[in-house]
Design a protein around this ligand. Structure first.
Ligand SMILES: Nc1ncnc2c1ncn2[C@@H]1O[C@H](COP(=O)(O)OP(=O)(O)OP(=O)(O)O)[C@@H](O)[C@H]1O
Ligand SMILES: [Mg+2]
Length: 256
């Protein structure tokens, strides 16, 4: 039975899609059956950052009752399964977001993790995504506006019956004005599971349509995301170098 984890935020642009895609790939890489579903049907871009655009059947078609979910599940990098949202405006008009929970339900038996890239804000599609999840990760940037908006999302998600798994602080630089991890934990009343640095490799990888955790597994952001995957999966993940340059070897040392 899959754990359905929504990747949510208050403000837009904090890094939800980046975290969802790369966390999904990292979980797949450590041997977990994982589906990443793009629940942001108005501004879909999961498929773009994974270099999988133009897929024939999408979540929009499924939510419109015109396709079966099994036809909208594709195999992506490192074997992660992807459900793209679709980018057609006509498809968006026909899609009924209320069907999302039913769609997720039919995926529960084929994965261990369903990572859901949730829309920003608290519009209907965001509410439906949060309500359909068991747990959520809050992706914030170390700025006060990002954190106060995330607090609203947290309250709403909890009211909808989802449990906060933890906080991901993304795009962290060394600037002293940035809010410290401890303060973020106090404001959001939760644990910071990952501090992901601002890392130029993230954008480079996205421009090439490749997950940064595969393209550059040793980059600072990738390391933080692998660690996050290990925590979520209950395993310690180590990225080792082999004798021949930068070859990736992931070892699972212990399982909870
Ligand atoms: N750690 C990082 N270092 C550098 N750039 C990053 C990092 N995380 C995300 N970005 C960049 O920030 C931008 C926004 O990221 P992303 O699209 O993942 O945010 P989002 O929360 O999904 O946005 P939206 O709310 O619009 O869906 C992208 O250009 C992405 O490449
Ligand atoms: Mg996004």
């Amino acid at each position: 039975m899959a754990r359905v984890i929504a990747v949510a935020s208050g403000k837009g642009g904090t890094g939800k899609t980046t975290i969802s895609a790369n966390l999904g790939v990292a979980l797949a890489k450590i041997g977990k059956e994982t589906i990443v579903i793009d629940a942001d049907i108005t501004l879909a871009n999961l498929e773009l950052i994974l270099g999988m655009e133009g897929l024939p059947v999408t979540l929009q078609d499924v939510l419109a009752g015109e396709a079966d979910i099994s036809d909208a599940v594709y195999t992506g990098p490192a074997g992660v399964k992807i459900v793209p949202a679709g980018i057609s405006l006509e498809g968006l008009r026909k899609a009924n977001p209320d069907k999302l929970e039913e769609v997720l339900y039919s995926l529960l038996d084929i994965a261990e993790f369903i990572i859901m890239d949730a829309p920003a804000g608290l519009e209907k599609s965001a509410i439906v995504a949060l309500a359909s999840s068991d747990e959520f990760l809050l992706v914030v940037n170390p700025e006060i506006a990002s954190i106060t908006d995330a607090l609203k999302t947290k309250y709403v998600a909890e009211r909808l019956g989802s449990k906060m798994l933890g906080i991901v602080v993304n795009r962290v630089t060394k600037l002293s004005v940035e809010i410290a991890k401890k303060e973020i934990e106090a404001i959001l009343e939760g644990k910071v599971l990952a501090v992901v640095p601002e890392d130029p490799e993230v954008r480079k990888a996205a421009a090439f349509g490749q997950p940064v955790v595969l393209r550059n597994p040793k980059s600072p952001a990738s390391k933080a995301i692998y660690e996050l995957a290990g925590k979520i999966a209950g395993a310690d993940v180590k990225i080792e170098e082999s004798g021949k340059g930068f070859k990736r070897l992931l070892s699972i040392f212990k399982r909870r």
